[in-house]
Ligand binder design. Structure first.
Ligand SMILES: [Mn+2]
Length: 397
């Protein structure tokens, strides 16, 4: 018996069209490899699509490949993940199931029989709402069943060490039925392979393509598993990486550096390197000694990298600050109190001629009020813009 196990394909994720295309292509390549290696069936443990109602292009790209698998007599078993549900609990997987392209095992109460294998599982929901589903399981019946049993799931497990996932909800392995041959996991975007006594082989294959900035930095690429089980051998697992491009990550501590120094160091870091077919991630953190964060010249860096062939340049400066616009810690209070305090503490950083401090603070409050207005019912966008601009100009005189 030979089958593939993938999860978290997130087809349609990334707003950058180039990254979205790479992510879709990674999934397509995975299916191509499965056809090439003549697997008997494929398991997809949740988050096949990034959203419950994927865009037509994403749907088309996925369906085309899934159909190809089907035409090669490879059945594809898909479980809904936390991303596959619309707020009203609908998933596109039901449609694909009805069309005979996949087998949606999301609401399967019993086993799907695939040759010598039996497949069942429990879908994932946002906020780990699937917990109740586990409580409803007739575990004994599942545990006593014979044959090569596969349990698909889309949840984190508290007994398995996972880095950086302290905040997410987990299930206990004790909620799972015991005595399965293979537990096909999803949801955790990490590659994890574990044997748990009384249970069996548990695998999280990670995503088929990194889905976030952090995943690009840490994983660099995605992949999936091919599993083989012959009567005379143990389970054999092989991780198949999907190398779609290179990822070059810059992680720079900017503490006590001037914005000029940071600019120079960034320039130095990328000089004498080629970036052909490479995604570049730039993470800057720390507090600049002088200069503003906006003095970091990303535009010229981007141009430079693009000339050297970079596919996409992503930056993260959420932990970068400057002395000139320093974060202000304020005591708790009402929104108005907190706002006023922040304005007071920062208004000396701005200097408008002819305004004293008090006038300035007053003007800031008034401007904020005007800018937070919403478009009135039936008001045209141009009229709305005109109205806001006019009011703001009156304040600024
Ligand atoms: Mn996911």
């Amino acid at each position: 018996m030979k089958f593939a196990h993938m999860a978290d394909c997130h087809i349609g994720s990334w707003s950058d069209p180039k990254l979205r295309e790479l992510s879709t292509k990674a999934f397509q390549r995975a299916i191509d490899i499965c056809i090439d290696k003549k697997v008997e069936f494929i398991l997809i443990s949740g988050d096949l699509f990034h959203t419950a109602l994927p865009a037509i292009e994403s749907l088309k790209a996925a369906v085309e490949k899934l159909k190809q698998a089907k035409d090669n007599n490879i059945n594809v078993y898909v479980l809904a993940g936390s991303h596959d549900y619309s707020p009203s609990g609908k998933t596109i997987l039901e449609v694909l199931d009805k069309a005979g392209i996949i087998t949606d095992i999301t609401n399967k109460k019993t086993f799907a029989v695939q040759g010598r294998a039996k497949i069942t599982g429990i879908h994932g929901r946002r906020g780990s709402l699937e917990k109740q589903e586990y409580d409803k399981l007739n575990k004994q019946e599942l545990e006593n069943a014979s044959g090569f049993k596969i349990f698909m799931f889309h949840s984190a497990i508290s007994e398995i060490q996972m880095s950086g996932l302290d905040m997410i909800e987990k299930l206990s392995i004790k909620q799972f039925p015991k005595n399965f041959d293979y537990y096909a996991g999803g949801h955790v975007h990490q590659i994890i392979e574990k044997n748990i006594p009384d249970y069996g082989k548990i695998i999280y294959p990670g995503p088929t393509f990194p889905d976030t900035f952090k995943e690009l930095e840490e994983l660099k690429q995605g992949g999936f598993y091919i599993i083989e089980k012959n009567p005379e051998t143990n389970l054999q697992t092989e991780y198949i990486p999907l190398n779609m491009c290179s990822v070059f990550s810059i992680n720079m501590d900017c503490n006590q550096k001037t914005s000029e120094e940071v600019n120079a160091q960034l320039k130095e870091l990328v000089s004498q390197k080629e970036f052909i077919h490479t995604i570049v991630t730039i993470r800057l953190f720390g507090e600049l000694k002088t200069g503003k964060t906006s003095d970091i010249n990303f535009r010229s860096l981007r141009k430079n990298l693009e000339t050297k062939g970079a596919i996409s340049i992503l930056r993260n400066t959420s932990k970068l600050s400057s002395k000139e616009f320093k974060a202000v810690k304020v005591a708790q209070g009402s929104v108005d109190e907190v706002e006023n305090m922040i304005i007071k503490e920062n208004s000396d950083q701005i200097n408008v001629e002819d305004w004293d401090q008090q006038t300035q603070q007053q003007k800031i409050v008034e401007l904020m009020q005007i800018l937070s207005q919403q478009r009135a019912d039936g008001e045209r966008v141009v009229d709305f813009e005109k109205r806001i601009t006019k009011q703001a100009m009156q304040i600024l005189k």
